[in-house]
Design a protein around this ligand. Structure first.
Ligand SMILES: Cc1ncc(COP(=O)(O)O)c(C=O)c1O
Length: 391
């Protein structure tokens, strides 16, 4: 099968499949265009479908063992795609990345202690601390107002550490601002963590969505990171199988890994979803051609986002999309709050994730998920244009 433009251009009806993105009527009407929650409107790789179908044919779905081939598949993928060497035993399977964020908060900090997070960021970075009664210490990214590009504020991070943050959390590449962190930036952050002796949790779920000439660098490829970081990853985002719930954590510091495992055991978090494990293995071992085709397609769609936004929302400013399939649009020139944007978009039949989901810095911003057929993306942004028309 060829995973070319024609393949990814094909529309797929996901309505009435209990699909969060399409079937949540509080977000949009049945004929709405959803450019919000971060999954993709593409079929997943055929090897994944085959793995699930052949297992489903056996009618008994009892307890499962975690075959060592699952870990080998993950290790092989990260070596092949990102040049990261992971040894057997340095990984831990998880139900999902959010479980990993929360488990790490519990394993590395105590109640009342501070967790430094780089914001605006994916909402569960906040709730991982809040729900566990830790203090969120928000370190805002620096925004270049000319270009819309963001940078890490190392001074502010150092101030948070001086003020008692006991854990650093980073999203890399960054959701929602689409930044690909460079080796230099990651090294500087890791050195700060080392100086203040705090662990780092790095969510690398978007690692595979990187556009040329960018090159993804894992925190575990940084020497200081190998000593003190937990990396979270998942086939769910890359291969569009989030509904199956399967992720992993990688850590080269065995004492830290032990602490995470103890916390998982205490909470009764286990990972043994038969279909999810098989799907992840098929994704990691047999689906590179699908993934290569997908990245080429998304690269074209990323350029289309800039063009469509210039045409239909000319006052918006889209941050440079270095990674992820998410575009971060500054809508402040329209003088609308996220609440107002949400209502207007709903009325126009399109849904985006509102910037405030990512923190206070996101007021009057919105995030566009462009992982869908280009005709759908075009219609969605046209509807945004309609939503922005003056009454
Ligand atoms: C940065 C980030 N982390 C985690 C997740 C969720 O991952 P999971 O479904 O494995 O919990 C997402 C999904 O959008 C995400 O963008």
């Amino acid at each position: 099968m060829r995973f070319d433009t024609a393949y990814f251009d094909r529309a797929m009806d996901r309505r009435n499949t209990e699909c969060e993105k399409w079937d949540d009527r509080s977000i949009m009407a049945e004929d709405g265009i959803p450019l919000w929650v971060a999954d993709m409107d593409f079929p997943c790789a055929p090897a994944i479908v085959n793995a699930i179908q052949s297992r489903a044919e056996h009618p008994c779905y009892g307890y499962t063992i975690d075959n060592p081939e699952n870990e080998n598949a993950l290790i092989g993928f990260w070596q092949r795609r990102h040049g990261l060497t992971i040894a057997p035993g340095q990984t831990q399977m998880l139900p999902c990345v959010i479980t990993g964020l929360k488990t790490c908060v519990r394993a590395f900090t105590k109640e009342g202690e501070g967790v430094a997070i780089v914001t605006p960021v994916y909402g569960p970075f906040y709730s991982s601390s809040e729900l566990n009664r830790r203090k969120v210490m928000s370190v805002s990214l620096l925004r270049d107002e000319e270009t819309g590009r963001y940078a890490l504020d190392l001074d502010a991070m150092e101030a948070a550490l001086q003020n008692g943050a006991k854990l650093m959390m980073l999203c890399s590449p960054h959701n929602p601002v689409s930044r690909l962190w460079s080796e230099e930036e990651l090294t500087a952050l890791c050195r700060l963590a080392e100086r203040y002796d705090v662990p780092i949790v790095c969510d690398e779920i978007h690692a595979d969505f990187v556009y040329k000439p960018g090159r993804f660098v894992s925190i575990l490829n940084i020497p200081e990171g190998r000593r003190r970081a937990v990396m979270l990853c998942s086939a769910s985002k890359t291969f569009n199988v989030a509904g199956l719930q399967q992720a992993a954590l990688v850590c080269m510091n065995l004492a830290m890994l032990k602490a995470v495992r103890q916390e998982m055991a205490a909470a009764g978090v286990a990972c043994g979803n038969t279909f999810a494990l098989l799907a992840a293995r098929a994704a990691y071992t047999e689906s590179d051609d699908w993934l290569d085709g997908l990245i080429d397609y998304l690269d074209g769609s990323r350029k289309l986002v800039y063009d469509l936004m210039a045409q239909y929302a000319p006052k918006a400013r889209v941050s440079p999309i270095e990674a992820t399939y998410l575009a971060w649009a500054d809508m402040r020139a329209y003088r609308l709050t996220c609440e107002q944007l949400k209502e207007k978009c709903k009325a126009a039949g399109v849904a985006f994730t509102m910037g405030t989901f990512f923190g206070k810095e996101g007021e009057s911003f919105l995030r566009i998920n462009f992982a869908c057929p280009r005709a759908q993306l075009t219609e969605g942004i046209k509807r945004l244009g309609k939503a922005l028309e003056e009454e």
